[in-house]
Design a protein around this ligand. Structure first.
Ligand code: ADP
Ligand code: ADP
Ligand code: MG
Length: 458
């Protein structure tokens, strides 16, 4: 079993991992930037090391600084969390080459699946349906126009190395293609250091359904069912649920089998997620695979009782999974809301600041993953995710009612958050009756913001 783990992340996910290690009697090292010195997550570790200035490039993304911290403190493994270095194959290789365990899949698998075009090819070869699109990367605008013409507009231009909803452009008609392609390439180059682009047909009014996978180093691969992450804004998830109530049993069988086929094709080890788009007609297409712990993993934990971070650490310790597919049971329904420090009334601009007072929900069936406290400073340097509120109920209806009351109990003062907007979504009939698609939040944004203004809830 791993003895000492360095957690190469910050905020709530660092706390999530540190807590799991603590329960497993594993020593921990937290790293932090100067902006995070003394932050709550660092106090949950056995010890902490400041590795650089506030800017992520000089701290959480500085591969050598992170590695040095692990080596100098005698760690035997690094958990990357999500974002930052979590899907960086070069860093996973650097970790391994220095004799440490990277808690995630191998650098080769990260590199293969991190190229979303290569992942599409892999899925196609396995007979898994992929979104109709280009066979490989697109060359110049002329070649792109030819592909898009055959597919029919609208299409999506996607950065092969994209993530976090970035590097994606909608092209509604042929006239826009060449300018959008240039912009997509520039954005991809700036964000991901790689300007490879591929094309997919834009699926109308889809749901986002994903399958959680676990694979160990003994050849066992299982799934932990679906999550429905359809409620998004700007291609980023806002509310997630498990199980996916819109996925009937027969579809569940096919989607989980396809997800496992993708995982087995690469000998997937550790936790991973296979993402699909589901059309209103019940057809589904593979879109990508994420080779890390996912933000929304708690909803799966709530309905399976499986601690996914603990399993990641056991798998990285070369232990076999303690349960088989048949042992995995799904109980009840879970919903997660992401509380972000952002201003929905002003284009969702990030809202750094200091929390004055807060009240977090609790009680039967409520879980809160956060490191927020009065006096907590939300830094302008990092992601705006502030807290995840997760509820579990016997069924979806009970979970919805529970989330409503959990949001009603939640209070942040001194900063602006998306809490009011989440509340509006929870009270919308479309959400209650599960008549949603990935455009629901954006289509209803003005109405919801208007109502919030009236109620002075923002
Ligand atoms: P999930 O699929 O787990 O919901 P998100 O897409 O919300 O993940 O991204 C998780 C976090 O990681 C967010 O903080 C996001 O900003 C960040 N992130 C995801 N992909 C990348 C990437 N390729 N580069 C940098 N940050 C990323
Ligand atoms: P990222 O790597 O940034 O997570 P994804 O390929 O997973 O990018 O796409 C992000 C989101 O964009 C998806 O969750 C989905 O809502 C939407 N999306 C992606 N591909 C399509 C598509 N072909 N048609 C419609 N929506 C899509
Ligand atoms: Mg995705």
């Amino acid at each position: 079993m791993l003895r000492r783990v360095l957690v190469a992340n910050r905020g709530e996910i660092a706390a999530r991992i540190l807590r799991a290690c603590r329960e497993m009697n594993i020593e921990t090292v937290a790293i932090c930037s100067e902006a995070d010195r003394g932050a709550l997550f660092t106090t949950l570790a056995t010890r902490s090391v400041c590795i650089g200035p506030a800017s992520a490039a000089q701290s959480y993304l500085d591969q050598q600084a992170v590695l040095n911290a692990a080596l100098l403190t005698g760690c035997d493994a690094i958990h990357p969390g999500f974002g930052f270095l979590s899907e960086n194959a070069e860093f996973a290789a650097l970790t391994r080459d220095n004799g440490l365990v990277f808690i995630g899949p191998s650098p080769e698998v990260i590199a293969l699946l991190g190229d979303k075009d290569a992942a599409r090819r892999l899925a196609r070869e396995q007979g898994i349906p992929v979104v109709p699109g280009s066979q490989g990367l697109v060359g110049d605008a002329e070649a792109a126009e030819q592909v898009a013409g055959q597919l029919g507009y609208p299409v999506l231009l996607k950065a092969a190395s994209g993530g976090g909803g970035r590097g994606i452009r909608v092209v509604a008609e042929p006239g826009e293609l060449s300018s959008q392609l240039a912009e997509a390439r520039a954005e991809a180059k700036a964000c991901f250091g790689n300007d490879d682009i591929y094309i997919e047909k834009l699926i109308t009014a889809p749901r986002h359904i994903e399958v959680q996978i676990l694979g160990d180093s003994h050849g066992n691969q299982i799934h932990l069912g679906e999550r429905d992450c359809t409620l998004q804004r700007n291609r980023q998830k806002v509310i997630e649920e498990a199980p996916a109530a819109a996925v009937p049993e027969e579809l569940h069988q096919r989607m989980t089998a396809d997800a496992l086929r993708a995982a087995r094709a690469v000998g997937y080890e550790n936790a991973g997620t296979v993402e699909f788009i589901l059309t209103p007609d019940g057809e589904y297409y593979f879109i990508e695979m994420n080779t890390r712990i996912q933000v929304e993993h708690p909803v799966t934990e709530m309905i399976t009782g499986i601690n996914i971070v603990r399993e990641q650490i056991r798998i990285a310790s070369a232990l076999p999974l303690e349960f088989s597919q048949a042992d995995v049971r799904f109980e009840g329904h879970a919903i997660e809301c992401r509380i972000n420090a952002e201003d929905p009334a002003h284009g969702f601009a990030p809202c750094p600041g200091t929390i004055e007072h807060l009240h977090l929900p609790s009680g039967f069936g409520v879980r809160v993953d956060t490191v927020a406290h009065p006096g907590y400073i939300i830094s302008p340097y990092y992601d705006s995710l502030l807290a995840k509120i997760i509820v579990h109920g016997r069924n979806r209806h009970e979970a919805v009612l529970r989330m409503r009351r959990a949001l009603e109990e939640t209070l942040f003062t001194g900063i602006t958050t998306n809490l009011g907007l989440l509340y509006m979504v929870l009270y919308s009939p479309d959400f209650l009756y599960n008549r949603i698609d990935t455009g629901t939040v954006e289509r209803n944004l003005d109405t919801m913001l208007g109502a919030l203004k009236e109620e002075v809830m923002l």
